[in-house]
Design a protein around this ligand. Structure first.
Ligand code: 0RA
Length: 655
């Protein structure tokens, strides 16, 4: 008979069992990182920072923290520091080791621990800091708590030593530094622009929290590290004002509403502007739900019903000879809606569509009540809004007439396909592709280079209409836009839905945007994407829109010609070509535009299906383009050149 185990031995066994489980968990994350963070591209990489940040934001939402600093260190690691309570460091009874170690190494442990704060950042994020740890070649956590500094370090999620105390402190908080694992991620360079945008967004969504981003890799003109600080006193109201920065607002004070129904806090800020576009950004637990969902549906329903009731009661609609529809209530509307949901269900292509059915009613009720009160109390604003709605309905009515006219003309003259289109011979849409090419000259080259059996070419002249500024019926008057619709085989809207597409008539299942790799080119691509996002969204959802990626370099040595899409590829090729000897005789050409390639080169590098690298546009890319575009093209301010140039640079790097 065995002697009974002594307590220390029991602890040891528990510890070993727990350790095995931890290793299995970490292994799972490293084997299928995409399951936890979406992907291992730039998106997944930045997701790591959001994940760590989320924990600090949770601390802030609980009211325990008002400052969060993010630092991109010189060695490429990232540090997130907060002045919250600090992760608990006492011995976790069940696990027999420091709670800190458990939070940092056990999947999904963080949330379970933190019961007293209103933990909401589940879903898309919320996989936990342990997941980031597993995907980091190195991580270090430093907790200031109970007047002591507690430290632990990890390699690929495995602790290098037990939690140790390294000194005394009189502050509280948590500091996490991690280096993303280069063996997991395609790239490990953090992009300042991406992170700063997220911090700005978080500051609007969490008023009163001071957020900062410091980039130790870059210096400003004073020799200081590049830094941005974000702090929003008025939260969503400032968010809406930021979004509408370049637009003429219609009501003096941005409307703000907050209430809670069925345990779901709902926060809304809204403003109407003189433009014709709707810009409603919806958030669930600080996540931008670009595919919408039940919260957005509830908001829209409440908005339409409440405004309609008010307008009817006020008698302002008595002279109107046609129906008002849902779109009319949202023309020129900029709004941000933010809800907190305890167990969010995310659906859709990019998992950014809220599925929880109970949220729809809660938001509808909240918004109806608050907006009804607002309209009663602010009759002047109410009147302005209703007038705007009437204007939208009138314009839509005019657009319908214009459309009918165009369609009738088309039938009469039987123009068929646009003259500029070089069509392909194949008839099966599933096998056909169309290239939308910037400029007649590149269009000519593409026409020569293509495989005419299944590739059609449509050259576009210069920039298509600014869809931001134009009235809807003007959009359908625009030649370039009409040409695109006609070439694709689509007609432009129906009576009651100006955005309905007769997708079954679509003539090509690949629509490929091909522009120069320079500022103007990326501007045109942004413009086209925005156009597809706003007027042909279904095409994006079906995965029919692509972006061509012409190479950036041609590297020649003797008769050998090689192409490179990135700086790294270029270096690699130069190294290969200079293998048996010198680098001399190698000629490198930097392509600035499609026009610098001849037909064969364009075919070989950018059009030939076996070789080209098309980027499929998803709804997220398109929404991003739309945001960029809205910001650049608002009413008054001239295009922000600097912004365009910066982004063009990043577009190049990404491609
Ligand atoms: C678990 C429990 C408590 C706080 C935290 C986790 C916490 C986690 C992170 C991650 C980054 N910063 C953080 N700050 C806090 C509650 C601790 C208590 O009751 O004092």
């Amino acid at each position: 008979m065995k002697a009974p185990l002594k307590p220390t031995e029991i602890e040891k066994i528990n510890y070993d069992a727990a350790s095995i489980q931890v290793l299995e968990g970490l292994e799972a994350v490293r084997k299928r990182p995409a399951m936890y963070i979406g992907d291992v591209s730039s998106k997944g990489l930045h997701h790591l920072v959001y994940e760590v940040l989320d924990n600090s934001i949770d601390e802030a939402m609980g009211g325990y923290c008002d400052q969060i600093d993010v630092i991109i260190n010189e060695d490429g690691s990232v540090t997130v520091v907060d002045n919250g309570r600090g992760i608990p460091v006492d011995i976790h009874e069940k696990e027999g080791r420091s709670a800190l170690e458990v939070v940092m190494t056990v999947l999904h442990a963080g949330g379970k621990f933190n019961k007293d704060t209103y933990k909401v950042s589940g879903g898309l994020h919320g996989v936990g800091v342990s997941c980031v740890n597993a995907l980091s070649s190195h991580m270090k956590v430093e907790v200031h708590r109970n007047n002591s500094i507690h430290v632990q370090e990890y390699r690929k999620g495995v602790p290098l030593y037990p939690v140790k105390e390294t000194g005394t402190t009189d502050i509280r908080g948590t500091k996490v530094t991690f280096t993303p694992d280069g063996g997991i991620f395609q790239l490990t360079d953090f992009n300042y622009e991406i992170l700063t945008n997220r911090l700005r967004e978080l500051s609007f969504l969490n008023k009163g929290v001071k957020l900062s981003l410091t980039d130790m890799r870059q210096r400003d003109e004073n020799g200081q590290p590049v830094k941005d600080v974000y702090f929003s006193e008025k939260g969503l109201v400032e968010f809406v004002e930021y979004l509408d920065d370049t637009r003429e607002k219609l009501i003096e004070n941005t409307i703000f509403m907050y209430s809670e129904k069925s345990g779901i806090p709902v926060e809304v800020a809204m403003q109407y502007n003189a433009s014709f576009t709707e810009n409603v950004q919806a958030y669930v637990n600080n996540i931008n739900t670009i595919e919408g969902g039940t919260h957005l549906a509830g908001f829209r329903r409440a908005l339409t019903r409440t405004l309609k009731n008010y307008a009817e009661k006020s008698g302002m609609l008595s002279k109107l000879k046609f129906e008002i529809n849902g779109d009319d209530f949202r023309e020129g509307l900029t709004a941000v809606i933010s809800v907190k949901v305890a167990e969010p269900q995310f659906e859709g292509q990019t998992k950014t569509k809220l599925g929880n059915s109970e949220v729809s009613g809660a938001v509808d009720q909240s918004v109806s009540e608050m907006l009804t009160n607002y309209l009663e109390e602010n009759p002047r604003d109410a009147k302005t809004i209703v007038n705007k709605v009437i204007l939208a309905a009138t314009a839509r009515h005019a657009a319908r007439k214009a459309r009918e006219l165009v369609q009738r003309k088309n039938v009469l003259t039987n123009t068929g396909l646009p003259g500029k289109l070089s069509d392909c011979s194949e008839n099966d849409p599933a096998k056909c592709e169309i290239f939308l090419v910037e400029g007649d000259s590149a269009g000519g080259t593409a026409k020569q280079g293509r495989d005419r059996r299944f590739q059609a070419i449509l050259p576009l002249r210069g920039k298509i209409l600014n869809v931001e500024k134009a009235m809807p019926h003007k959009i359908f008057d625009n030649e370039e836009i009409k040409t695109i619709f006609t070439a694709l085989g689509l007609s432009i809207g129906t009576d009651d839905d100006s955005k309905a597409l007769n997708i079954e008539k679509l003539r090509y299942h690949k629509v490929i945007i091909m522009t120069d790799a320079d500022v103007d080119g990326s501007h045109i691509a942004t413009l086209l994407l925005t156009f597809f996002f706003r007027y042909m969204r279904e095409m994006i959802e079906l995965g029919y829109i692509y972006i061509a990626t012409p190479p950036f370099y041609l590297i020649k040595k003797g008769k050998e010609e090689r192409y490179a899409w990135t700086e790294e590829e270029r270096k690699q090729i130069v190294a290969e070509l200079s293998k048996n000897g010198k680098e001399s005789g190698i000629h490198i050409q930097r392509y600035k535009g499609l026009g610098e390639m001849n037909a064969e080169q364009l075919w070989e590098t950018t059009m030939k299906p076996e070789f080209r690298k098309l980027r499929q546009v998803d709804i997220e890319n398109a929404a991003e383009a739309n945001r960029t575009f809205s910001m650049l093209m608002g009413d008054e301010v001239p295009p922000r050149r600097e912004f365009i140039e910066k982004n063009a640079k990043y577009a190049n790097i990404d491609a």
